[in-house]
Design a protein around this ligand. Structure first.
Ligand code: ME8
Length: 517
């Protein structure tokens, strides 16, 4: 039976339209999911929307509508966007769905049975954007504003149920210490460990003042605090807690990995493991936290005019292609570092695709077309320059595997581009167009064409997870259909002498160069 792999994005708040940040996480997760499918693994990819909580109610009020209407307006925008962006998610979970409510109710019932929930009262500063209480010291340090959104903190006081987070804090800490790969990139681990060292409080998990949420099974006057509701999605979507016979996906795919933005790392590496310990279920395998996007050097903001919204993203896709957007996002910074959208960088990254990959493919196709009627010639004895490129090409897939396995996504997408760059250099250095003028060099010409063609073939195979359309189109131009083969299978079958190449056309056609990205 094939190995299984399960990856999720955060479930996004549909209080507004999705933007660059949501698109980035979803595209990263999509590339990783595609990579695992191309490795032959039985892969499940989940995304969805987090629809309850104070934030939804307040946004709805400010727009003169209800939370229920607001989600019905915005959730379809997320669903349709992922379809338009050809995101390969297998499921989309909504926290207002019956299946999720049933799962959360079962989870909370288990916690109650463990005596992990008790009634108390709470008064404190609350960050409504993050749906989180903030300690007095932190609130003061932050000048009583949200550390994330900058909006004023709100004073909350009411009876509330608590989850016994303190009971599990040591076990969670041990888990993080004993599993250095649990939090990726590893640098982020220390942040979580030092916050844990400073001590945790039990977690307020209910609101009596709120009606928009899932009722607490033991006290319907309260709705469940949004993080318990939200984090549970990763298993309720697989059928957990929805009766025997409905949890086949859960048994098959859990535990999985979570890809998230760094601002919600604490919830995913402390609250969520503690919740799973309470209900006696396995912890996630890994949590990958990526960096935060700014645009043109500043926090994205509508009023500053640098907000990368859907219209902007759609224009980029229209002008440059979906795969050009994917490549830019994944290559923009080492995974985990903060990222900065700039027009200049976008154009540079598009040039990598057009001038390096597209051009290399085009040169190979043109030369094989012109000098060999589009039929791949055999390779003769290799000279040093040939064997160097062959060796580097041969190592590519192994390097790409290890980059994906260790979530070095920038490397995973740039390694193939580097091989294409080397191949262009090889073509320049071996000058096939000169060799073609000398009949005595015919065999040498054949070798150079064969070696260049095998190199660009390998480049395109390794680009499949990140450029699913363009890499497949490039392979088709080489006369190769993927036909459900894995990257390893494709890689293990170099193009045979006598193979008929397809016809070429620019893979990344140029748009008006004056047009901004
Ligand atoms: O936090 N840069 O939802 P959310 C990078 N519902 N990534 C960004 C980003 C930016 N500027 N802005 C958003 C929530 N993101 C909760 C999650 S999960 C059980 C509940 C991405 O709509 C990033 O992945 O605020 C971040 O973690 C997520 O969107 C937050 O989305």
């Amino acid at each position: 039976m094939a190995k299984t792999f399960y990856i999720s994005t955060p479930i996004y708040y549909p209080n507004a339209e999705p933007h660059l940040g949501h698109v980035y996480t979803t595209i990263c997760a999509d590339a990783v999911a595609r990579y695992h499918r191309l490795k032959g693994e039985d892969t499940w990819f989940l995304t969805g929307t987090d629809e309850h909580g104070v934030k939804m109610v307040k946004t709805a009020q400010s727009q003169g509508t209800t939370a229920a209407e607001l989600v019905e307006k915005n959730v379809p925008i997320f669903v349709e966007l992922w379809q338009q962006m050809k995101i390969s998610n297998d499921d989309f979970i909504r926290t207002t769905s019956d299946r999720h409510k049933a799962g959360v109710t079962a989870i909370v019932e288990k916690m109650l049975a463990q005596d992990d929930i008790y009634l108390g009262s709470y008064e404190g500063w609350y960050d409504e954007g993050q749906e989180e209480f903030v300690t007095e010291t932190a609130a003061k340090d932050q000048q009583y504003k949200s550390a994330v959104s900058g909006r004023p903190l709100v004073r909350y006081g009411e009876p509330t149920y608590f989850f016994r987070l303190r009971k599990y804090a040591d076990r969670v800490r041990q888990h993080i210490e004993q599993n250095p790969h649990f939090i990726q990139p590893e640098a982020r681990r220390n942040e979580v460990l030092s916050k844990l060292q400073a001590g945790v409080e039990d977690l307020s998990i209910s609101r009596a003042s709120l009606k928009w949420g899932i009722q607490l099974p033991n006290d319907p006057e309260h709705v469940i605090y949004v993080w318990i509701d939200a984090l549970s999605n990763y298993i309720t979507a697989l059928g957990y807690g929805q009766g025997e016979g409905n949890d086949a996906l859960y048994r098959k795919y859990w535990p999985g990995v979570h890809l998230i933005g760094r601002e919600i790392l604490w919830f995913h590496t402390v609250y969520w493991p503690a919740m799973l310990m309470s209900i006696g279920q396995p912890l996630p395998l890994q949590v990958y936290a990526h960096g935060w996007w700014t645009a043109e050097g500043r926090k994205m903001s509508k009023s500053m005019g640098n907000f990368i919204d859907l219209d902007r993203l759609r224009a980029v896709i229209n002008d440059f292609s979906l795969d050009a957007l994917r490549y830019y996002l994944l290559s923009a910074a080492p995974f985990g570092n903060d990222l900065n959208w700039t027009e200049v960088d976008f154009n540079k990254s598009f040039n990598d695709l057009a001038n390096v990959v597209g051009n290399c493919l085009n040169r190979v196709l043109k030369m094989v077309g012109k000098y060999c009627d589009g039929v791949l010639p055999p390779a003769g004895a290799a000279e040093e320059i040939d064997s160097n490129l062959q060796r580097q090409g041969g190592q590519l897939l192994g390097q790409v595997h290890s980059a994906y396995e260790t979530i070095h996504l920038q490397q995973a997408v740039m390694l193939p581009i580097e091989l294409a760059r080397l191949t262009n250099g090889y073509i320049d250095a071996t000058s096939p167009f000169k060799l073609a003028k000398d009949p005595a060099q015919h065999q040498r010409l054949q070798t150079v064409l064969n070696v260049s063609c095998q190199a660009i073939y390998r480049v395109l195979i390794c680009l499949l997870p990140v450029l699913p359309e363009k890499a497949a189109e490039g392979l088709a131009q080489l006369g190769v259909q993927i036909n459900g083969r894995t990257m390893d299978e494709l890689f293990a079958q170099p193009l045979a002498a006598g193979h008929k190449l397809g016809s070429g056309s620019p893979l990344f056609p140029r748009v008006d160069p004056k047009k901004p990205a």
